[in-house]
Design a protein around this ligand. Structure first.
Ligand code: DHB
Ligand code: FE
Length: 295
């Protein structure tokens, strides 16, 4: 039976993609950010996930302001990465897991979420950069189900609704009978504001509140209205909604494996976290037992 092993939560700043493509990871500006990733990759090496459920927001590549679904689920066999204006070369995107997409879509509609389904879908930097960070230099060895949340054009969904969306996805995953190991990714944030009077705004205190509660009490993140989150986190910091939804898909218990927080990357407070479920703890133990320690 399928197992939900945990999740990787990360910022998705386009400049990170530029740094990867220039090979700038060891430059003083970038090193503290990229140093967050070896522990994430160690966890992925042990866990060997087969599927990524990717919670992110589209920034005008697949949906523009004229058509903006609150929630959309990809159900395509392939997803194109294109540059929506940052000058990035396309990153390799793994194939879609269409059967699982449809199982998730069926469950979400049954649970009364009025979603948009996308059988043809381009994915932007918010999906491609996290995959390139987790599996550098190659196509990620997984299949994906992309789920977008509108964090761009008001009215935005509430944190409570996003957590409920994630929990409904979690129900679909729990019912999925396939053999896959499934992980989630939640991308974006943390606090940042790219334009207007508060351009450059970040809020380490609110970001810490989010990271401190993500594993043990994600409902705490729903106590703020979406307008309060914009106030606390910045107009684009509201991308934390993607983290909240991804956390919801992990079920009730998830423990923190690693966390890094670094201000700033571009205009953003850059954060990386891994949470794992009990299924991952057990399979990690099994892997360690099967692999004799080096002398
Ligand atoms: C930046 C951050 C983002 O999340 C994004 O989508 C675009 C730009 C930034 O800090 O530059
Ligand atoms: Fe963004």
């Amino acid at each position: 039976m399928a197992k939900v092993i945990g999740g990787v939560f990360t910022s998705h700043v386009p400049a990170i993609g530029g740094a990867i493509q220039r090979g700038a990871q060891d430059e003083p500006y970038w090193k503290p950010f990229f140093d967050a990733w070896p522990p994430v990759r160690e966890w992925l090496d042990v866990q060997q996930p087969d599927v990524v459920i990717m919670f992110y927001n589209d920034h005008g590549l697949n949906f523009f302001l004229d058509k903006m679904p609150t929630f959309a689920v990809g159900a395509a066999p392939v997803y194109r990465n294109e540059d929506e204006g940052w000058g990035l070369h396309p990153f390799p995107i793994p194939p879609g897991h269409t059967e699982l997409s449809w199982a998730i879509i069926e469950k979400l509609v049954e649970e009364e979420f009025d979603i948009t389904t996308c059988q043809d879908m381009a994915v932007d930097h918010a999906a491609s950069i996290p995959l390139a960070l987790a599996w550098p230099g190659r196509e990620a060895p997984v299949r994906i189900v992309p789920i977008t949340i509108n964090t761009v054009q008001h009215p935005l969904p509430s944190a409570k609704r996003c957590l409920a969306l994630g929990r409904a996805v979690g129900k679909a995953l729990a019912e999925w009978q396939g053999p896959e190991k499934i992980m989630v990714m939640g991308t974006g944030g943390l606090s940042h504001q790219l334009d207007g009077e508060r351009a450059g705004f970040m809020n380490a205190e609110y970001d810490k509140f989010c990271m401190d509660n993500l594993s043990s009490d994600p409902d705490a993140l729903t106590k703020h209205s979406v307008h309060e989150i914009v106030e606390l986190s910045g107009t684009q910091g509201v991308e934390v909604l993607n983290w909240i939804a991804a956390r919801g898909a992990l079920g009730s218990a998830a423990s923190e494996v690693t966390r890094t927080y670094h201000i700033p990357i571009s205009n953003t407070a850059a954060a990386v976290m891994v949470l794992e479920t009990e299924a991952a703890v057990q399979s990690g133990k099994a892997t360690n037992e099967a692999t004799p320690a080096m002398a």
